[in-house]
Design a protein around this ligand. Structure first.
Ligand SMILES: [Zn+2]
Length: 291
């Protein structure tokens, strides 16, 4: 027969092992839960500009543009866990101030694995500083145009649709039309990010390939009347349109003609100037938009 002391010791040992098992179970479960959480796409309220943060189901961060202010890095940190300082891919659609400015601080605050840009020639102090920091940190650059594909695993991929031609080292008349246009696919849900590309580029994309059925469209050029043409909307058939624009901006974005066009196509509109940050969450089959 065992002594009462030995029984107590045995029960304590068993309780200890059970507690460790329970902790291991909770930790592994929460890790699993995080990895199967789905995808979040945040069009941040950066004022008049674009700044988009994507968290993939595998917890990778993708950033498209950085808005016109120094606050962007802090805004990104609200959307990613505090312990994650890694950005898998940083995309600059084109080197205008309202897209590149916030990326300078971001390069200092985060570890960026890869940068995608067109390499188009532009005279801008901010853009030069952005390129200098990339070089200083030895970050690999992809000079992208139509055809480039990124595979992020977990059924998530990104396809670059424009510019149609390689613009690396080239000068262009209108930097807006040099914008990187990309789709992001998670299973059956497709997003389209258009930078500030205008209807000329939309026409070129349509002429060069099959119409794409997307669920979520980030409307081109902050809701300009010269983007998101009827032909483009007919081909893309988006379920919702997101517009990234500043309150009372001096360009009059979004233009009334564009808002009317979207309404005629029965496409619900979400605007950062009215709603603040806009978040789209998806499990790859359905999606929700908030607020
Ligand atoms: Zn812009």
């Amino acid at each position: 027969m065992q002594s009462p002391e030995r029984i107590t010791l045995f029960s304590r040992l068993a309780a200890g092992i059970l507690a460790v098992c329970a902790i291991l179970f909770v930790v592994s479960w929460s890790t699993f839960a995080r990895q199967t959480d789905g995808m979040a796409v945040d069009v941040l309220d950066v004022g008049q500009g674009d700044g988009i943060v994507i968290r993939t189901p595998g917890q990778q961060t993708i950033v498209i543009d950085g808005g016109p202010s120094d606050d962007f890095s802090a805004e990104v940190s609200r959307k990613v866990p505090f312990y994650d300082r890694n950005i898998a891919l940083l995309i600059l659609t084109h080197p205008h101030e309202d897209h590149v400015h916030g990326l300078v601080n971001l390069l200092s605050d985060y570890h960026v694995e890869r940068v995608a840009l067109t390499g188009v020639v532009a005279q801008s102090e901010t853009y030069s500083e952005f390129l200098r920091l990339i070089e200083q940190q030895h970050i690999p650059i992809d000079y992208v145009h139509r055809g480039k594909v990124y595979d992020f695993g977990e059924r998530v991929s990104m396809h670059i649709l424009a510019p149609i031609e390689d613009l690396h080292g080239k000068k262009v008349d209108d930097l807006n039309d040099s914008s990187i246009v990309a789709t992001l696919q998670f299973d059956t849900i497709d997003f389209m990010f258009t930078g500030d590309a205008g209807e000329n580029i939309e026409k070129e994309m349509l002429a060069d390939g099959d119409p794409l059925d997307v669920e979520v469209l980030k409307a081109g050029h902050h809701g300009s009347r010269y983007s998101s043409s009827d032909a483009f909307l007919d081909a893309m058939t988006p379920d919702v349109a997101l517009i990234s624009d500043g309150k009372n901006n001096r360009y009059g974005h979004p233009h009334k003609e564009l808002l009317d066009r979207l309404t005629q196509h029965h496409i619900p509109i979400y605007r950062t100037d009215l709603l603040g940050d806009i978040e789209v969450k998806t499990d790859g089959k359905t999606f929700t938009v908030s607020p």
